[in-house]
Structure formats: C-alpha cells, structure tokens
Design a protein around this ligand. Sequence first.
Ligand SMILES: [Zn+2]
Length: 197
Amino acid sequence: MSISPILDNLSRALTALPGVGRRSANRHALYLLQNRDDAAQLISTLSQALEKLSPCSKCRNLCEGELCSICQDPYRSCETLCVVERLADLQAFERGGAYRGRYFVLGGVLSPLDGVGPEQLGIPDLLRLCHTENVSEVILAMGSSSEGEATAHFLDQALGASAVRRTRLARGIPMGAELEYMDENTLSRALEARSTI
Ligand SMILES: [Zn+2]
C-alpha cells in the first residue's frame, strides 16, 4: 500500500539512476526523508554541480569553464584521440594513468530506434576536431556490445576518407584469469589480437 503519492514520485524519480531498481529507490527515498541534513546537503551539492559543470567545448568531458583540464594540459598529446562512450569510461582510463592523449566523449552509442544518431553523439564535432587538431590516431574505445561495435564501425567508415589511423582496444584475457573459464568470444578475440613476444 502506498504511504503517499509524493513518496511514490520521489522513488520513481530515483529509479532513473543507473543500477537503482524499485526497491532500492524506495529505500533511498525513505533514507533521505528520515535524514534531512543529508538530503539538504545532497540537494545543495547537486544544484551546485548542475549550475557549474557543463560539457567541454572540445571533448564533451565535464568542466567548469569552456575547456576541461585534459584539453588545457599542454603535456598531453593532441595527436591521439581516444573516443569513449561515457564519461565513466574516460575516468577509468584516467585512473589507469597510462594514456597521455586526449579524449572525445560520445555520451552513448548509435541507436536509431531510440533516436540516437550521429548528431546526438557529436560525431560531426569529432570529425571536425580530428581535422583542426591534426589528430593522427583515433582509438575507438567503444564497448563490445553490438551497438558499441556498430558505432565503432560507423566512425571507422566516417574517418575512412582522412589519413587518420583508426585503432581499437585489444580484447582479451583479464590479468590472473584461467583460460578454461573464458567464454569463446573472449578467447577468440584474444587469439586474434595476439602479439609477438
Ligand atoms: Zn576537454
């Protein structure tokens, strides 16, 4: 039985968050209503973030000004551009610390049935950026979902007319994993992407 339509609305709104189902949304809603200081703090930091942060005009990372810290960093190479689906993917690369080039954040993958086409992903901006910044390599770092593969294929074709080298991430066996537990696709791809030692 519903306690209040307002509580129901709050729970429903929280299900928009990734990985939050109906039951955990309800739990979060009750927590916030019973811990009003935490709720107020959340509202204030969220509205500050919404007000201050916007997409970088070059790479669509989030930033406070026009350009993000990565695009402003003179020590990062403009020659390599890593195209990722989501901001969380950019953060994952940055945590690794090995990549010293720049990024472009698509914000999703091509999905014509959901109305997500090249324009929505900023692909015309990406193609322009490759041209104006003299990018020599584009790393198509999309995930291995069928939409991710289709998006990488589309970008590969779109960049086909230019001299830009297109690369994809190697797919393979995670560190420390046993071969016998790998699925066939991972094993086949790891075999295809083998390198000389
Ligand atoms: Zn940027």
